[in-house]
Design a protein around this ligand. Structure first.
Ligand SMILES: Cc1cc2nc3c(=O)[nH]c(=O)nc-3n(C[C@H](O)[C@H](O)[C@H](O)COP(=O)(O)OP(=O)(O)OC[C@H]3O[C@@H](n4cnc5c(N)ncnc54)[C@H](O)[C@@H]3O)c2cc1C
Length: 373
């Protein structure tokens, strides 16, 4: 008899499984419908021997010391500051928009102070910011919005920014200095030997059994267990009783080239031309040295694996119905991005799982991070 059946071997499932097994001494079985652990952060060596992220580029960044300390037990890190360029009007320009972006786009030499004044002169005041369009146009005006955001968002979501919640672009910073880092978090690192290796170390414990190619709906009656930790889609758990929670998906097309370096930076965004949204060259992320290089092109899709919850008010209402049902379901804890229908970064999911473990075990949140013996 297992104390816990954990559904999903991504960050949420692996963190909680590891803590229950190593910290609380529980017997855990973790199942995943896929043929590998790691969830969407899974990485592997392709046929040419280049380390790639199967479900798109995953960059680790966090301000949480707890999360950083916790994961540091299972991996060494490689310092990595992420940078993104956008292909606009035939130039490759830094994003988020900063002083250099504007100066290079318009051939100007504004100072930070002058750029602030420029933004103020082109920004369109908005009494109440409701949509993604409002967020950007009220900060940088319509021209920069059209060049950098409008079509990218349309491609990514299949919706015009005016139809999307403000939350989608609210997190996008606009800078008046020359900082061209994509993230500003305190910890910006990549697992030195990859995510999958880190997951292997998390889940290698005598109290943990791993079951792959195993759909919870199929195996649940065959595995004797007391409690469930569920990190799959919450609507699926309840047989879509209130209807499906919509997701946006992506198709990834990988391409290996017989050259050492293919593009000018780790990620190039294509807001306007081309059907793909961005192209990532993995070796920048992983630091791997190899005579060839692999790129991945991302094509947004309406159908496919569930990646991004679609942030529209009616979907939030539907999720609330599932959330209520989940809270009333005894013996099952719902955690992670699919189970809570929210876009979370990896560190946020780890934090959510550690908080759940703290509540379940009565151990203080900081103590949940204690190094395992
Ligand atoms: C394209 C893309 C890029 C991203 N880039 C970043 C990034 O750069 N930085 C960052 O911090 N975050 C990034 N993220 C977010 C990151 O992927 C998530 O935060 C993280 O994967 C969430 O972990 P999770 O365990 O909640 O979910 P997942 O990783 O999705 O794990 C859930 C697992 O449950 C399994 N499952 C589902 N249903 C069942 C079932 N019925 N039975 C058994 N198993 C089941 C799934 O197969 C899956 O493996 C990105 C996400 C996407 C889509």
């Amino acid at each position: 008899m297992f104390d816990y059946l954990v559904v999903g071997a991504g960050f949420a499932g692996a963190t909680i499984a590891e803590r229950l097994a190593a910290n609380a001494g529980k017997k855990v079985i973790i199942c995943d419908v896929r043929n590998h652990i790691g969830g969407n952060a899974y990485d592997h060596y392709d046929t040419d021997g280049i380390l790639v992220h199967k479900y798109g580029p995953h960059i680790f960044h966090t301000n949480s010391r707890d999360v950083y300390d916790y994961l540091s037990q299972f991996t060494e890190w490689r310092p990595y500051q992420h940078r993104v360029l956008a292909c606009v009007d035939g130039q490759l320009l830094p994003v988020p928009i900063n002083l250099d972006t504007v100066n290079r786009l318009y051939g100007t030499s504004l100072t930070s102070f002058e750029l602030e004044k420029f933004f103020a002169s082109v920004a369109e005041p908005c009494a109440r910011i409701k949509t993604s369009e409002d967020v950007i146009v009220s900060k940088v005006g319509r021209e920069l919005y059209d060049k950098f955001f409008k079509n990218y968002t349309r491609k990514q979501w299949g919706l015009d920014p005016s139809e999307l919640d403000a939350a989608v672009t609210a997190r996008v910073p606009v800078r008046t200095n020359r900082d061209d880092r994509y993230f500003t978090d305190q910890y910006q690192v990549m697992p030195r030997h990859g995510y999958t290796r880190m997951f292997e170390r998390m889940l290698t414990h005598p109290n943990i059994r791993i079951l792959l190619n195993a759909d919870y709906r199929v195996v649940k009656n065959e595995i004797p267990h007391r409690h469930v930790i569920y990190t799959g889609p919450v609507d699926e758990y309840f047989d879509y009783r209130f209807g499906r929670l919509p997701y946006r998906s992506l198709e990834f097309k990988f391409e290996t080239r017989n050259i050492e370096v293919a593009q000018q930076g780790p990620v190039i965004n294509y807001p306007n031309e081309n059907a793909y949204t961005r192209v990532t060259e993995f070796k920048y992320l992983t630091g791997q040295e190899h005579p060839k290089t692999t790129l991945v092109y991302e094509y947004p899709r309406a159908e496919g694996d569930p990646y991004y919850p679609v942030p529209r008010p009616e979907n939030a209402v539907r999720y609330k119905q599932y959330e209520k049902l989940a809270a009333a379901t005894r013996g099952v804890h719902f955690v992670g991005r699919l189970a809570t229908y929210r876009y979370y970064n990896m560190d946020q999911v780890v934090a959510q799982a550690l908080t759940l473990y703290s509540k379940m075990s009565g151990v203080s949140r900081r103590e949940t991070v204690t190094i395992r013996p």
